[in-house]
Design a protein around this ligand. Structure first.
Ligand code: PLP
Length: 407
């Protein structure tokens, strides 16, 4: 079958002398960078760099305008009702910690409970675990069903009148399937429970509408959206942002300071102390433009087709076992184990052939323990992959098994 990416040529790394014949199958860790994004960052840094929100001179005012324009565009992308609901952070991890310490910490008591799912990345576990430990609250874990998604009916049984927060991923990073987050968020809202959605993995599939989802917070990282590292986003529903305090304080977030006290700005700027990571924000904006120009429909249709091919080819290998039931698998991601061969050995052997996959616990140790394993190999797709990558993967896995299986 011939599935050829029309976008591969947009990614300069495939012409890099240092990585000839790169087969990159780790987009769930980070997406490669299109030239358009790198160019936008280079041009900004060389020809229009200044500090934002501070200078009154033209160069600086122009940068402020760019940052605020990016905020508007991200609000549109997420379906937010206002740019004032969009906070720039350094990534999903910071976004989730921001919710924890700017808001949840002001509400939590020893009676509270917080619900997460069994599949969460450590970034969407540790902040809640630490808060619960600190305040004597309890952390409850919603199980997954046989298909590897959050079991709504089981989750509901964990909820009681002391449930403060439900923090779950739209699509988890080891299983990759889409959770019923709309159903969960709507139920939570009817019961006055706050919801945080970790969108780190789902964001590269677009079609997000936070209003429709009825979530309170939505977090993602720029580098999972073909943008740069160092920049992320937290959507905070209007009405909540006013109740939140900055968890990190410093320059740029006040309207009045004396030696005795400070009065913070209202809106997202109160969480953005210090200098903005403008070059990364410019890169994220360029990534959004790039993806919009391709169209989400084309992106998802392509990845679905390629994923179908990947699932089919992997299913032919009887020495490979998906970590959750396959069949209705994620449109872009597949985690598995190989009979009698350690996951790290699989990844190292593939690397010799120029194939980059992830192996280990993928920052989801509790999930692996729940599944009775300690590691898995994860293959994940991006816009640049095509059928030759899958064919090379299949050959690489077959060779690895032949060479390393212990009789
Ligand atoms: C589901 C999920 N949540 C959170 C994160 C953390 O993202 P970052 O390292 O960009 O903060 C990741 C990163 O892989 C992830 O996959």
């Amino acid at each position: 079958m011939s599935i050829v990416s029309p976008w591969k040529q947009d990614f300069p790394v495939f012409n890099a002398d240092a990585y000839p014949n790169l087969c990159y199958l780790d987009s769930a860790a980070t997406c490669l960078t299109p030239k358009r994004v790198a160019d936008a960052m280079y041009n900004y840094q060389c020809y229009s760099h200044a500090n934002s929100h501070k200078g009154l001179y033209y160069l600086s005012a122009n940068v402020t305008e760019k940052v605020e324009y990016a905020r508007t565009r991200i609000a549109e992308f997420l379906g937010a009702s206002s740019l004032n609901e969009i906070v720039f952070t350094s990534g999903t991890t910071e976004s989730l910690n921001l919710v924890a310490y700017s808001y949840i910490e002001t509400k939590i008591t020893s009676k509270s409970n917080i619900i997460i799912s069994a599949a969460e990345h450590h970034a969407n576990l540790l902040p809640w675990q630490r808060l619960c430990q600190q305040y004597g609250a309890s952390l409850r874990v919603a199980p997954l069903n046989d298909h590897g998604i959050i079991d709504f009916s089981q989750l509901v049984t964990l909820i009681d009148s002391d449930t403060l927060l439900i923090a779950i991923s739209q699509s988890a990073n080891v299983i990759g399937k889409f959770n019923p987050i709309k159903q969960i968020c709507q139920y939570a809202r009817q019961n006055n429970i706050i919801t945080v959605i970790d969108g780190a993995q789902a964001v590269s599939h677009g079609n997000i509408n936070v209003d429709d989802l009825e979530c309170d917070f939505y977090a993602f990282s720029g580098h999972k959206l073909y943008g740069p590292t160092g920049c992320g986003v937290l959507y905070c529903r209007m009405g909540l942002i006013e109740q939140m305090r900055p968890y990190q304080v410093g320059g740029g977030i006040i309207d009045n300071v004396s030696y005795q006290s400070s009065h913070y700005l209202t809106g997202p700027l109160k969480f953005e102390s210090g200098s903005h990571n403008v070059v990364s924000i410019i890169g994220l904006l360029a990534a959004l433009d790039y993806l919009n120009d391709i169209s989400w429909q084309a992106i998802n249709a392509y990845l679905e087709r390629l994923s179908g091919y990947m699932q089919k080819r992997l299913a032919e290998l009887n020495f490979i076992h998906p970590i959750v039931r396959s069949g209705d698998s994620a449109p872009y991601l597949y985690s598995f184990q190989m009979n009698k061969v350690h996951c790290h050995d699989v990844a190292s052997m593939l690397d010799i052939e120029g194939i980059a996959v992830r192996a280990g616990h993928h920052c989801a140790q509790p999930l692996h323990k729940t599944l009775g394993i300690n590691a898995s190999v994860r293959v994940s797709l991006g816009l640049y992959n095509d059928h030759t990558d899958i064919d090379r993967l299949i050959t690489g896995l077959t060779n690895t098994y032949q060479l390393l299986k212990i009789e």
